[in-house]
Design a protein around this ligand. Structure first.
Ligand code: U2F
Length: 458
């Protein structure tokens, strides 16, 4: 429907980490389908290229050229990758060009975690478009210096006084857990408490990302987001004023026709869901690399059992609490990967227990499913706040740490059984309808996607 004559070479560069690969791959597919005369090279690491399904789209090429060391923990691998930029990225782009018989890259679409690509695009004379990841992440990075000035010393004090961070995943998490103050001086963040500010804003380890974002984002031809106009109007206004072109094109998963994959997960999960009553199942997933502690997992397993509802839990089997027996009588299904988008769109699913990664939140909204939020780090606390307080489409468990005993069963009862939960369900269904309108022909995301196409086609 968006077809237009277009013969550029678009390099889509993914940050080789978790959901970022999938997000950029979705954008790459959407661009390749909408601009059949263009060549789209999807550049990522060899290890992550196996994760997106092989693409039958003729003008979409996979270029597994980014080197990511396989030694060390995922965190160590990532910091090695970050240190090797932008040389690593230049090499990837060169490989994309040579695979296309020297067809120069006319446009780079890259992940927001790599703002240094702005400079590379300028050197190459290519148009640069950024995927800004979660909107609250971009807003916080762009306002980072103001946030540091206002709250930085409180954070430093907290480092000394917080007895032991509640968070097990990141040493910086929950440093601000004492602060209920609202971030009222930044209008786009004014619904957040200080404790909800993404935790990567304060430690010096992220200076590079902050400086790069502030310097480069405003120079990009466009910054796209997996959200839709009007979901968070203050964020829309702020990003419109700070960026050359703010383009909310979400929910991005709705941009491309859904691949009817015959993956094992689909064969297991969907028939199982087909056998359950409408809105009766709790779906549990913590995204690509976040997880509660062992204690948290034990509490979660207990909570799921105590709630009495059927549940579908996406978790690597080795992480299941020792001795945990999956609900009898077919009441529980545990898989190491679920076709999440299809699961959340299934009428049997009644609640989504999520860490509130932004993609999961958007998929919860697109599925019209109320959420139980269990955020751990980064933007997840802010996203949870948006879900539970701004939109009233979920409840939030205690952030970062282990949830209180009985907390999970209680939250599930609220969402699945109580009047409050029914109101949440009604509100999320309204947001689902707005999301569908946005991506329908003539809708805001659909029009913004056409603008994106004009930009990338030059
Ligand atoms: C980081 O988030 P994650 O990658 O942990 O989580 P999400 O943004 O929620 O994305 C997870 C994706 O993986 C898919 C799911 C989402 O699209 O549909 N998925 C699945 O298909 N099957 C499964 O069994 C489990 C997941 C980061 F941690 C967050 O703070 C950020 O908000 C996020 C975006 O930048 O990246």
């Amino acid at each position: 429907t968006h077809d237009k004559p277009c013969r550029p070479h678009i390099a889509v560069v993914a940050f080789p980490m978790g959901s970022h690969v999938h997000t950029l791959f979705t954008i790459a597919k959407a661009l390749a389908l909408a601009a059949p005369a263009a060549t789209v090279s999807f550049i990522t690491s060899a290890s992550s290229v196996a994760s997106p399904p092989p693409s039958p789209i003729a003008n979409l090429r996979l270029v597994p050229a980014l080197e990511v060391s396989s030694a060390g923990t995922p965190g160590e691998q990532l910091s090695k990758f970050v240190r090797a930029m932008p040389g690593n990225l230049r090499a990837g782009l060169e490989e994309a060009v040579s695979r296309e018989d020297g067809l120069r890259v006319s446009c780079i679409v890259s992940d927001g975690m790599m703002p240094e690509l702005g400079e590379v695009a300028r050197e190459m004379g290519a148009v640069w478009v950024v995927d800004g990841c979660a909107p609250v992440m971009a807003v916080s990075l762009l306002h980072a210096y103001e946030l540091r000035e206002a709250f930085g010393s409180a954070v430093d004090d907290a480092r000394g006084i917080t007895p032991k961070p509640l968070c097990f995943n990141s040493s910086n998490c929950n440093l601000l857990s004492f602060s209920e103050e609202l971030v009222s001086f930044v209008p786009s963040l004014s619904s957040l408490r200080v404790r909800d500010i993404p935790d990567f804003i304060f430690p010096p380890t992220h200076d590079h990302l902050i400086a790069g974002t502030i310097k480069e984002y405003p120079k990009a031809a466009a910054v796209v987001f997996n959200t839709f106009q009007g979901l968070e109007p203050l964020i829309d206004a702020d990003l419109t004023s700070m960026l050359t072109k703010y383009l909310p094109i979400g929910p991005t998963k709705l941009l491309t026709p859904r691949a009817e994959t015959e993956a094992e997960a689909d064969r297991l999960c969907i028939p199982w869901l087909d056998r359950q009553r409408a809105a009766s199942v709790v779906y549990v997933s913590f995204g690509t690399f976040n997880a509660p502690s062992q204690r948290g997992l034990v509490e979660l397993a207990r909570g799921l059992e105590a709630s009495g509802h059927p549940y579908l839990w996406s978790i690597k089997p080795e992480m299941l609490p020792k001795g945990f027996v999956v609900g009898g009588g077919g009441r529980g299904l545990v898989v190491d990967w679920a076709p999440q988008e299809r699961v959340l769109g299934h009428p049997a699913v009644g609640a989504f227990l999520t860490h509130c990664g932004w993609n999961s939140v958007m998929e919860g909204i697109s599925g019209g499913v109320p959420m139980v939020c269990w955020p751990f780090r980064w933007d997840q606390m802010a996203n949870a706040r948006t879900v539970s307080r701004v939109h009233g489409i979920g409840v939030t468990l205690e952030e970062g740490g282990d949830v209180a005993e009985g907390g999970i069963a209680k939250a599930l009862k609220t969402v699945m059984e109580e009047e409050e939960g029914a109101a949440m369900r009604a509100r999320v269904k309204m947001l689902k309808a707005r999301a569908e309108e946005a991506v329908a022909p003539g809708g805001s995301s659909s029009e913004n996607f056409k603008t994106l196409l004009d930009i990338v086609c030059g």
